[in-house]
Unconditional design. Structure first.
Length: 124
């Protein structure tokens, strides 16, 4: 049960973090000032893709934990794959957005890494 609690906490945190990426999309795109419509579409697409990916990872772990034996080999593969993806996304963010002055981008790699650790600990 303790392991499941870690999985539930990690799932909720990353789902909320994904939603937090989606909500300010329009404001963030507007913050770029006068850029072409094509560039606005690309930035919008990338912001939405990141938010949806984070939500998906959280929902996937949540559903597997709720609907299956959370300590099965298949469930552990899902948890570790989601943790791996979060680490990849944390590294990407650390090399890109976290190098800007925006505080939210600076803490994003830590949030993703902490949730990845929760998912890994959930497999133990």
């Amino acid at each position: 049960m303790g392991n499941e609690l870690l999985l539930y906490i990690g799932s909720v945190v990353i789902i909320l973090w994904g939603i937090a990426h989606l909500i300010p999309t329009k404001a963030i795109v507007s913050g770029f000032g006068e850029i072409s419509d094509d560039n606005k579409k690309v930035v919008t697409m990338e912001l939405i893709a990141e938010g949806l990916t984070l939500c998906f990872l959280g929902v996937l772990v949540l559903l597997v934990t709720i609907m299956t034996d959370s300590q099965s080999e298949a469930a552990n593969i899902v948890y570790l794959a989601c943790a791996g993806m979060l680490v990849v996304m944390a590294v990407l963010t650390a090399l890109t957005g976290a190098r800007t002055p925006a505080v939210w981008y600076k803490i994003c790699p830590a949030v993703k890494t902490i949730v990845a650790i929760l998912f890994v600990l959930g497999t133990l």
